[in-house]
Design a protein around this ligand. Structure first.
Ligand code: SAH
Length: 344
C-alpha cells in the first residue's frame, strides 16, 4: 500500500522504513529534508542513495497541494493561500507576520459542522476532517520561517484531535520546525471531552475557548453547539486543563454590534471569569457579506474592555490582520463558494 510520509511522525517513518528493509537512520534524513529543508522531491534528498530514492518514489509518492490562489495584504503583509487537495476539496491557510515572527493559521477540517452564526466557515457545512499530511502541507506551503502555529483556520480542531495532535508533534520535532508547544494554540468552540483529552496529554499547548457570550441563552443563539455543551461544562473542562497544565487559557469574545457588546454583558463576563486562570481576548467582528452582523463601534469595544479591566480580568483587544484579503478570523472559506455566492 502506498504511504504518505507527511502523515507520519518520525517514529512511524523509521518503523515504516524498517518494514521496507531500509535502515532506521534514513528516517531522520528524510524527515529533515521534508520539514527542515522543505524540499519537494526525493531527487533533491542528495544524501540518500539513488536506489532508495527510486524506492521512495514508488512506495511513498509525494503529493503537494496546488496553490489555486495567493493573496498578500497591502496593509500588514498577511498572506492567504487557497489550496486544492488531492480529492479536489479546497482549504485556506494564512501566514500572519508579527514583530516576533510568523504565525501560521491552520485549518483542521474542510468546512465545519458547528455553524456559529457569525462565522463564514460554517455556511456550507462540514465536508471532512483534514489528514495530518494536509495540515503539514499548509505550513510547508509557505517559504517563510515559522515561529508559531494557531489552529484558528477552518474547522473545529477538537473534533479532529488525534490528527491535530500528531500534526503538532511533527511541527514540534527538533529535526523539523522545532516549534515549542507553548507557541501553538488550539482554539475551540467548546468541546469538553476534547478539552479534557488535550489536558491529559500534559502538553503545554495554549488553549483558547471561543466564548462570545457570558450566558447560555445568548451563547446558544450565536453558537448552536452550546445547546449540547453549555458554558458551565466548557469552563469546567477549561479549568481542568488549567489545573493539569498550570497554564492560563484564553476566553475569546467576538464583539458584535448590539448583540453581545453591552456593558452589562461585560459585567456578567467578569463574574464568569473571576477566580479562573484565564484572560479575555476581545475580537472586533470581521464582517462578511452573507451575514448581517456588524462590528462593535470602537467606543463600545473600549467600554467593554474597561469593565473587564476594572473587574480584575486581564484583557487584550485583538488587532485585526489581513482584513483587505478576507484573511481575518472567521472569514476563511473556499474561493469557489465565494464565487457561487456572488452569482446568486
Ligand atoms: N472552531 C474553532 C477554531 C476556528 S475559528 C473555534 O471556534 O474556536 C477561530 C476564531 O475566530 C474563533 O474564536 C471564532 O469564534 C472566531 N471567529 C469566527 N468568525 C469570526 C468573525 N466573523 N470575526 C471575528 N472572529 C471570528
Amino acid at each position: 500500500m502506498l504511504v504518505n510520509i507527511k502523515d507520519l511522525d518520525l517514529t512511524e517513518l523509521e518503523e515504516w522504513l524498517i518494514s521496507q528493509g531500509m535502515p532506521r537512520y534514513r528516517g531522520v534524513q528524510i524527515f529533515q529534508w521534508i520539514h527542515k529543508h522543505r524540499v519537494r522531491s526525493y531527487d533533491r534528498m542528495t544524501n540518500l542513495p539513488k536506489g532508495l530514492r527510486e524506492d521512495l518514489k514508488a512506495e511513498a509518492p509525494l503529493f503537494w497541494p496546488r496553490v489555486i490562489q495567493e493573496q498578500v495584504s497591502a496593509v500588514d503583509g498577511t498572506q492567504k493561500l487557497l489550496l486544492e487537495l488531492e480529492d479536489g476539496e479546497r482549504i485556506e491557510t494564512v501566514l500572519i507576520p508579527h514583530k516576533y515572527g510568523n504565525s501560521i493559521c491552520v485549518s483542521s477540517q474542510v468546512g465545519c459542522a458547528l455553524a456559529c452564526s457569525f462565522c463564514a466557515t460554517g455556511i456550507s457545512g462540514f465536508k471532512r476532517n483534514l489528514t495530518v499530511a494536509e495540515m503539514v502541507d499548509q505550513v510547508l506551503s509557505f517559504a517563510e520561517p515559522v515561529s508559531s502555529i494557531v489552529m484558528m483556520g477552518m474547522g473545529e480542531p477538537l473534533l479532529n484531535l488525534e490528527n491535530v495532535l500528531k500534526f503538532l508533534a511533527i511541527i514540534h520535532n527538533e529535526h523539523g520546525f522545532g516549534i515549542g508547544y507553548r507557541h501553538m494554540t488550539i482554539s475551540t468552540a467548546g468541546i469538553p471531552p476534547g478539552i479534557r483529552r488535550l489536558a491529559d496529554t500534559g502538553l503545554p499547548i495554549t488553549l483558547a475557548i471561543s466564548l462570545h457570550a457570558p450566558n447560555d441563552r445568548l451563547r446558544s443563539e450565536l453558537m448552536p453547539i452550546n445547546k449540547k455543551y453549555p458554558i458551565s461544562s466548557v469552563l469546567d473542562a477549561a479549568d481542568y486543563y488549567a489545573a493539569q497544565t498550570g497554564r492560563r487559557y484564553t476566553l475569546e469574545y467576538v464583539l458584535i454590534d448590539d448583540v453581545n457588546d453591552r456593558a452589562e454583558l461585560a459585567r456578567e463576563l467578569v463574574r464568569l471569569a473571576k477566580g479562573r486562570l484565564c484572560h479575555v481576548n476581545l475580537i472586533p467582528l470581521n464582517t462578511m457579506a452573507e451575514k448581517n452582523f456588524e462590528r462593535s463601534r470602537d467606543k463600545k469595544v473600549e467600554t467593554f474592555s474597561k469593565v473587564l479591566e476594572s473587574g480584575g480580568i486581564p484583557v487584550t483587544v485583538r488587532r485585526e490582520m489581513g482584513s483587505d484579503i478576507d484573511a481575518a478570523c472567521g472569514q476563511l472559506r473556499s474561493r469557489m463558494e465565494v464565487e457561487a455566492l456572488g452569482e446568486e
